[in-house]
Design a protein around this ligand. Structure first.
Ligand code: U5P
Length: 315
């Protein structure tokens, strides 16, 4: 099953990963260079040994495909996965006058009184992004993250490069090409991004009327990030295949630094003790182009899973 490949990675890192310090000061166990393959003809790879929210995956992917980089769209779908990074930029700015939020990620876990303050500030922040246009323009944006690079890469002479449109044209007109690549890694703009892209570059491949996709992910939080990334890129493969009248074949997931944070070890062991279910199926209930699809056009059928497992995110 799809869960097997993922459990194998968790096992391998728990048993033989190298202990390493990291940017977030949490500490990890990690391996370098790992590959998993997911055959979409067997179903949709939404993991079943813990509940993974398809809604969060789908709304984030639609947001990328729209070329959007402002969390307002995500908040409208109650998708909170990018909040911490936008919030960080706000509380570090001169416009922020509330209680000191330095290192809020760690402090919220350790100090209950601070956690209350943090939650209140975050709630106000979200409301302002949703309801105050000027505030939202200034602090809802994450800089030149995925959406910008996928749809509006800034060329050297002021031209705008739509990598996704070029990709679709290329797949339709020159399926055999070895240049079906989209890069989110734009060295000139890394400084302007809230988080340098984790899913760095992807490539498509056509053979026998079937389409495959490989992602190079430079850094992968195995417990919280990877289940999401697997579902997200599998959905992208399904959408691009549909757009090009091809059958979706394999999603190949290649990870650089694949790590488990030390405060996720217990959660990982819980998940490893669980047995998988059969994977669900993805249904797209519309003829619209992939660039016009809305969340309401998707359905995940027959998703049976173990309950979600909570774990803190490293900011
Ligand atoms: N991360 C993911 N998947 C994503 C986005 C972020 O796993 O889609 C994780 C990275 O693996 C890392 C953190 O743990 O977020 C980003 O930190 P860094 O690699 O930039 O230091």
């Amino acid at each position: 099953s799809f869960d097997n490949a993922y459990h194998k990675l968790m096992n391998q890192v728990m048993e033989s990963g190298t202990e390493k310090t990291d940017r977030t000061n949490t500490g990890t166990k990690s391996v370098f260079g790992h590959q998993m393959r997911f055959d979409l003809s067997e179903g949709f790879p939404l993991l079943t040994t813990k509940k993974v929210s398809f809604k969060l995956v789908a709304t984030e992917l639609i947001w990328f495909l729209r070329g959007d980089t402002n969390i307002k769209y995500l908040l409208q779908y109650n998708n909170n996965i990018w909040n911490e990074w936008a919030f960080k930029k706000y509380v570090e700015s001169d416009d922020y006058t509330g209680p000191d939020m330095t290192d809020f990620g760690h402090r919220a876990l350790e100090d209950e009184a601070f956690n209350k303050q943090y939650k209140a500030e975050m709630k106000t922040f979200k409301e302002k992004v949703l309801n105050d246009d000027d505030f939202s323009k200034k602090y809802g944006t994450l800089g030149n993250v995925y959406g910008k690079q996928w749809r509006h890469w800034a060329g050297p002479n002021g031209e705008v490069i739509d990598q996704m449109k070029n990709l679709i044209d290329g797949l339709k007109n020159k399926p055999d090409s070895r240049r079906h690549i989209v890069s989110a890694w734009n060295p000139a703009e890394i400084e302007t991004m809230a988080l340098p892209p984790c899913h760095t570059l992807f490539q498509f491949y056509v053979a026998d009327g079937k389409l495959s996709l490989q992602l190079y992910q430079r850094s992968g939080d195995i417990f919280l990030g990877i289940p999401f990334n697997i579902a997200s890129y599998s959905l992208l493969l399904a959408l691009v295949a549909r757009e090009c009248n091809l059958e979706a074949a394999e999603f190949v997931h290649t990870i650089g630094d694949a790590h488990i944070y030390s405060n996720h070890f217990e959660a990982v062991n819980t998940q490893l003790s669980r047995t998988s279910y059969a994977p669900p199926e993805l249904k797209i209930k519309s003829d619209k182009s992939m660039f016009e699809l809305e969340y309401e056009d998707f359905e995940i059928e027959g998703y049976e899973s173990h309950p979600a497992i909570k774990a803190p995110i490293a900011v």
